[in-house]
Design a protein around this ligand. Structure first.
Ligand code: IVH
Length: 726
């Protein structure tokens, strides 16, 4: 459904003429006023259906006609123009009602540990990082890992003023109105009489510790109980609506409702367990935080235990392996945290996960089903992956209909045949896999699978180098590979270009407009409009998103290239170490091997990537399009590998800082070998600008001095290269 935007002046004139609404000194006819209001209401409704519900009810042509008519009327009667008219929404046509909210302190995620050995390895890493000996006990706290969605509530002077989803960890969505419908969430923190501790294991909180801070981000998990999930699904089924796959989806879907009344009609619950920004807070430990939250009236989960050592932690995890099935809600593991906040601070975070906490996951859920067929997927590196098409089956609340068989060797080892009954398993977010064949269930009619000798997408003969498990399509122009590379490039964790879905990419590749990521930056609106499911506004939005992606951090771009073996972490380490694409592209295998998280195979694959003229040429085009090719702070002449990131440099802070006080900021600079000064000159290394920054920011821009947000500044100090040397 392509949306046409062609003007049709005749139709417009007709609309105005029909109403006989010639402008007069007494103002517009009431009929015009009414018509304008009716058009606005209908356009707003159409926008909501289209952008929020993704369920449009009118054609694009009808929508465009309404917009044109409204615009014409507003032009003819300027007195009827209002700032909230849909015509005034140019530039931000996406009507998601959930405004973006920047978290004052990022919301991190957790690394996983499967089994006791991985917990021990984690403790080992902690000891090493702390320089603690084996004899020094570390106190932990175990909490259930609630399977819902995390939210951050901001309280100012004890009043709930903001509520947001996690989003990408930095920026979430404002869902305050919906959160307010959750009855268990306090709208104001009451330093009332001490309530009993929610668990024996938590400390008693004295009224003095109840003092409500002037500002605090209280964080936790919104979830739905099994019974509420069943109730809602039954209701939706009755209405012929699509049901939710599991309680977590139901909770997420309910919280992101545009109409708070709908959220209110679904009973959501919450537990709180973490803190973001906090002014004048003196919590000394996680157990104290939990006890205080409980005393302040927040729902906290009673099933927590302070453990004197890792042995006790393992016992807690074992205990809950079975007990979890008796809970009225889903958990997806146990979160183990170092209890002391001082130790937590000393441990810090790597990438997006804190070192001081880990998610203990229970073994995957397994079920039996039948292999209907085995098909072959072609990935972005040309790898052919056999995939089992299954009789759909629910595994832990998610319906699974495909499972990876990894490669030909795995199929042979497990002897999976078409028609077999197999055990499949799903663990967390990973792709479901076939564990084994139930050979007793064989009838003799099962058909063995053969890897194709030609690529199913482009018919090129496949290759399987000696000693390698993976069969590949060697044709870099293979349409499936091209598409998979583009999908990866635009994906959320890479360049995060929203709106460009698989179907759009497929068409762009098909018509030959896009062959590689650099082509995306040359796209023009006229070229996009003929695509299916593309409208004027969507095309504009996509082009704007493509434009915005040019400033993604270098690490994202490196990850987005899809170099074999280079994951998110590796990309971050590479960006921190080399600082620019230019230097990375010139690195030798030996130089690459010095980077943390980069092994030999990765190093070789990076060198091979940059050796390809095709890749070099693509990178040149990306650079020419204005895509950022270096870390925010890199200035051309800067040598890599100086001691501290700020050694010998001056930094200027300006505006209102949110993440630290001026003193703290200046101390940080000192700690990293630099100096904080008050005036900007050409020699200033960078300016860190908070809110309402004024003349200094202006000057920095004039002089071409890099300007950083507080987050970027912290990221620079805490970059992977930095963390590894501490
Ligand atoms: S602590 C810095 N505690 O798990 C870590 N997270 O994978 C902050 N979650 O995004 C999280 N129960 O949504 C923590 N007791 C708990 C939790 C918990 C559930 C979720 C949370 C977080 C995710 C991390």
């Amino acid at each position: 459904m392509a949306r046409s935007t062609e003007q049709n002046p005749e139709a417009l004139q007709k609309s105005i003429d029909l109403m006989d609404t010639s402008p007069s000194s007494t103002g517009p006819d009431p009929a015009v006023r009414e018509r304008v209001e009716a058009l606005r209401a209908r356009i707003n409704h159409a926008n909501y259906l289209y952008y929020v519900l993704d369920a449009p009810e009118i054609s694009d042509a009808a929508y465009d006609a309404m917009m044109r008519e409204l615009r014409a009327l507003e032009e003819a009667y300027p007195e009827l123009q209002t700032p909230d008219s849909p015509t005034q929404r140019v530039g931000s046509p996406f009507l998601t009602t959930f405004a973006p909210v920047r978290h004052r302190v990022p919301m991190l995620s957790l690394d996983n540990a499967f089994g006791a050995d991985e917990l021990r390895a984690w403790e080992e890493r902690i000891r090493r990082a702390l320089g603690a000996s084996v004899r020094q006990p570390i106190e932990y706290i175990c909490e259930l890992k609630i399977d819902g969605l995390s939210v951050s509530l901001t309280y100012e002077q004890g009043q709930l003023v903001q509520g947001a989803t996690r989003g990408d960890g930095e920026i979430g969505e404002d869902v305050l109105l919906n959160l307010r419908t959750i009855r268990s969430i306090p709208t104001r923190i009451l330093p009332a009489a001490p309530s009993p501790s929610p668990s024996m294991t938590l400390p008693l909180i004295t009224p003095a510790q109840h003092t409500v801070p002037p500002l605090i981000e209280v964080r936790g998990e919104v979830y739905m109980t099994h019974s509420e999930f069943a109730r809602i699904n039954a209701e939706m089924e009755e209405k012929g609506e699509r049901t939710f796959a599991n309680p977590r989806n139901a909770a997420a879907g309910s919280l992101r409702q545009k109409d708070p009344k709908v959220t209110a009609s679904r009973r959501l619950e919450a537990f709180f367990y973490a803190v973001g920004a906090c002014e004048d807070c003196q919590f000394e430990s996680q157990s104290e935080l939990l006890a205080t939250y409980a005393a302040w009236g927040f729902p906290t989960n009673p099933n927590v235990r302070v453990c004197a050592n890792l042995q006790e932690v393992i016992a807690f995890c074992d205990e809950w392996a079975d007990r979890k099935n008796t809970l009225p809600y889903d958990i997806d593991g146990v979160v183990v945290k170092v209890n002391s906040f001082a130790l937590q601070r000393a441990l810090g975070a790597v990438s997006r996960s804190p070192r001081w906490a880990i998610a203990y996951k229970y073994p995957a859920m397994q079920v039996r089903t039948r292999v209907e067929d085995i098909v072959v997927d072609v990935g972005r590196t040309g790898a052919l992956t056999p995939v089992a098409i299954l009789t759909p089956v629910a595994v832990g609340g998610v319906v699974v209909s495909r499972a990876t068989l990894h490669n030909a060797g795995e199929i042979a080892r497990k002897d999976v045949r078409i028609g077999d009954t197999v055990v499949i398993q799903r663990a967390g977010e990973v792709i479901p896999e076939v564990v084994e064949v139930v050979t007793e269930a064989r009838t003799g009619a099962e058909v063995p699978f053969q890897m194709p000798s030609r690529c199913p997408a482009c018919n090129t003969p496949v290759v399987r180098p000696e000693g390698e498990a993976v069969t590949r399509c060697p044709n870099a122009d293979c349409p499936r590979q091209v598409l998979a590379r583009l999908e990866h490039f635009v994906s959320r964790r890479a360049m995060n270009i929203e709106g460009l879905g698989q179907r759009h990419l497929e068409q762009l590749v098909q018509v030959g407009l896009v062959r590689d990521p650099a082509d995306l930056y040359a796209l023009r609106k006229e070229q996009m409009l003929p695509l299916e499911r593309m409208g004027d506004r969507l095309a504009e939005k996509i082009l704007q998103n493509i434009e915005e992606s040019k400033t993604r951090p270098l690490s994202r771009l490196i990850f987005a290239l899809g170099i074999r073996h280079v994951g998110e972490r590796g990309a971050e380490a590479l960006a921190a170490h080399f600082g620019s694409m230019e230097r990375l592209s010139r690195a030798t295998v030996e130089e690459l091997a010095l980077v943390p998280d980069v092994g030999e195979a990765t190093a070789e694959s990076i060198v091979a990537y940059f050796a390809s003229p095709r890749h070099r040429q693509m990178l040149e085009r990306l650079a020419a399009a204005g895509v950022r090719m270096q870390n925010a702070l890199e200035t051309p002449g800067q040598a890599a590998g100086t001691a501290g990131p700020l050694s010998g440099k001056t930094v200027v802070f300006t505006g209102t800082l949110q993440r630290f006080t001026r003193e703290e900021a200046e101390a940080l600079v000192l700690q990293h070998g630099g100096r904080a000064t008050g005036s900007v000159s050409k020699k200033t290394f960078c300016v860190v600008a908070g809110e309402k920054a004024g003349s200094k920011l202006e000057k920095a821009r004039q002089l071409g001095v890099p300007v950083l947000t507080e987050e970027e500044f912290l990221q620079m100090l805490e970059g992977p290269g930095q963390a590894s040397s501490s």
